[in-house]
Design a binder for this molecule. Structure first.
Ligand code: ATP
Ligand code: MG
Length: 634
């Protein structure tokens, strides 16, 4: 073993590092607690339980989440984060946050901080176990020299094209480089001079000497170091050669004494290389056993969004959205502004589970999880989004009385709040129909409805403007029907409307966000309807992924995915809200009664200048056999 062990030996750190921080800690929710379902069995839970039973790692469970700091995290990463941190926590283990920063030209500290924030926001804590692949550059270099001295690596001086051309294909073996039999001394000398900066980019690479005839292309003498005269955001100009992903990742895992290295399916064909590298090092006494074991799971494929960095960048750069944190973006910074919750993501991760085969998850599953979580946590408030004036003709002018509404119907302990009631109110325009359609139970001439928390009113007429638009609805109220007074419930009316007193309601900017894409598989050759039931939906074919490539465009894609953008994904209106909402804290979430869940915008909301974003409606308005959007049914 050489010098560069990780800063702390994780084997000695107990669960404390990832210990629950609060009652709402997600790791607690992994256990069967009050109202929480017991964890559902999956192949990873089974493997870990078995490893604990047999004592393979002496009971340790150490996982890691290894993002490349080259972009913002998306919904798919949330699955991986919940999985890695969740599995560790439910087994009293720990999960490391490791930045896989081996590509100096694409990476940035800005991304690192955003990634760390997102993991924290999801409710997870890596404690002191925050690492970087670049922490191990000295060690990785020392191991590379060791591989050369063992005759297991050589410097190849072919051009990149020549290396590529001699790699062979899936059906044809590769051919050996003319430099493959270079002496150890010569390779060592060249490698040291590569490091010293004597050669330009691309002049040489260091390759492992494995098997050019292997049926697995990854085993055909993979390159492990390349020359890159580029500054690294952490190591500066110390290095001009950088290790490649496959070599770096398995060694980083082994140095950190990871037990279960969990990654997405596209790395399956890389597992033999992963094992080869660390097995050789362990055989040579360079790494301690037991070694980490890689397991692959199916990545999240979600309908009605795109989860490829390349496409997300394109939408940001070409201005189709308002930046990375646009509430419509499937990024975690966007989700946060949207009003999606960490609890909703954790519920989602648990509900979709993990499997070894690719499938598609319908967006409605994620939205339902958000609804469920928000329903439990969000206080109720009133907002009138499309107002029309309601005048109660027999209510005294200038009088105000206070009506009480519960903050949360399932949590009486959260108290009640007072809503001023007066002669002139705002109600929703759609709560009045001059000629009521069949089954319409709200206000229409002669009809009665209850003003929630207040009185039953009867519609007695309307005012109209010159174009025939209704400008005011006139009603009379029945003073004996006030909610909460004896006998008030005696008279049954079906309509139950929300309202705001016109003299105290405050204006607010409300952004009605909806799905970013109007079709389940953006860019797919034949746009098709989303399934309406169930979690897994048949996809357009699963994404053909190359490991290390961030391009998850499905094979069948041939249209421009941008053509499938939902033109109605953002609508900005001015609404009336109850006074307390105008002074809400940024990021506070509420249910606007009968409308959905809304959050005070993290950036633009300020007390006195309220801005609310719609996270999700109360019900799924997309669930139509056509997959099209129907009128929201409330
Ligand atoms: P993208 O393909 O969108 O560019 P990436 O794989 O390049 O993402 P990384 O930073 O390399 O992003 O990913 C960090 C971790 O998140 C990896 O372990 C990766 O397997 C996992 N991950 C990425 N996308 C998904 C997804 N859609 N579902 C589940 N896990 C994912
Ligand atoms: Mg990747």
């Amino acid at each position: 073993m050489t010098n560069a062990a990780p800063p702390q030996d994780p084997t000695r750190t107990g669960p404390a590092a990832n210990a629950p921080a609060s009652r709402n800690d997600p790791r607690k929710s992994q256990a069967a607690g009050a109202g929480e379902p017991a964890p559902v069995a999956n192949f990873l839970r089974t493997i870990i339980a078995e490893d604990i039973r047999t004592g393979k790692y002496a009971g340790r469970v150490v996982t890691r989440f290894p993002p490349e700091p080259n972009g913002y995290l998306h919904y798919g990463h949330a699955k991986s984060i919940c999985l890695n941190f969740g599995l560790a926590a439910e087994n009293g283990g720990i999960c490391h946050l490791r930045f896989d920063d081996t590509n100096p030209t694409k990476e940035d500290v800005e991304y690192e901080e955003s990634i760390a924030d997102a993991v924290r926001w999801l409710g997870f804590d890596w404690g002191e176990h925050r690492y970087h692949a670049s922490d191990y550059y000295d060690q990785l270099y020392a191991f590379a020299e060791w591989f050369i001295t063992q005759g297991l690596a050589y410097v190849d001086s072919q051009s990149a094209e020549e290396v590529r051309a001699s790699r062979g294909t899936l059906t044809q073996p590769g051919t050996a480089s003319p430099y493959r039999e270079r002496s150890v001394a010569e390779s060592l000398d060249l490698f040291r001079r590569m490091r010293a900066g004597e050669f330009p980019d691309g002049a040489h690479v260091l390759r492992l000497k494995i098997d050019m005839a292997s049926p697995n292309v990854n085993m055909r003498d993979p390159a492990i170091y390349r020359i890159r005269h580029a500054s690294h955001h952490r190591t500066g100009d110390k290095w001009c050669i950088y290790p490649l992903y496959d070599y770096t990742h398995c060694i980083s895992d082994a140095l950190e004494r990871i037990t279960h290295s969990i990654c997405t399916l596209e790395f399956q064909d890389h597992r033999p290389l992963y094992d080869w590298v660390i097995e050789k090092l362990a055989d040579g006494g360079q790494l301690p056993r037991p070694l980490p074991q890689q397991y692959e799971f199916a990545r999240l494929n979600l309908t009605c969004v795109v989860l490829s960095k390349r496409r997300l960048i394109q939408m940001v750069e070409q201005g189709y959205v308002d930046g990375w944190d646009d509430p419509r973006m499937p990024t975690l910074v966007g989700a946060r502004r949207r009003g999606f919750t960490p609890g909703g993501f954790r519920l989602f991760a648990e509900r979709i589970g993990v499997s070894k085969s690719d499938s598609w998850i319908d967006m409605s599953v994620l939205e339902d999880c958000m609804r469920e979580d928000l329903n439990a946590s969000a206080q109720r408030r009133i907002a009138v989004l499309d107002p029309v004036r309601l005048v109660i003709d027999n209510y005294p002018e200038g009088a105000v009385e206070m009506c009480e509404a519960p903050n949360h119907p399932q949590h009486p302990e959260q108290g009640r709040r007072a809503l001023p009631f007066s002669r002139e109110l705002w109600i929703e325009r759609e709560d009045f129909q001059e000629r009521p359609q069949k089954g319409y139970f709200r206000l229409s001439p002669g009809a009665e409805a209850r003003l929630r928390y207040a009185y039953i009113v009867r519609c007695v007429g309307v005012d109209k403007d010159a174009d025939g638009n209704v400008t005011s609805v006139h009603c009379t109220y029945d003073a004996d029907t006030r909610t909460g007074t004896p006998g008030a419930d005696a008279r049954k009316v079906k309509g139950n409307l929300h309202w705001l007193s016109a003299h105290t309601a405050r204006p607010a900017e409300v952004r009605l966000y909806d799905r970013l894409f109007a079709v389940p598989f953006p860019g797919a050759r034949q746009p098709r309807a989303a399934a309406t039931e169930g979690a897994a939906v048949p996809g357009p074919g699963v994404p053909a992924l190359v490991a290390g490539d961030d391009d998850d465009v499905p094979e069948t894609s041939e249209r421009n995915f941008l053509e499938d953008l939902n033109p109605d994904s953002k609508r900005v209106i001015t609404a009336w809200v109850e006074p307390a909402l105008a002074d809400a804290a940024a990021a506070a979430c509420f249910q606007f009664e009968r409308h959905g869940y809304f959050v005070a915008d993290l950036k633009d909301h300020a007390p006195g200048r309220p801005v609310f974003n719609r996270a999700v409606t109360l019900r799924d308005s997309w669930a139509r056999p056509t997959g099209g959007k129907g009128a929201s049914g409330r």
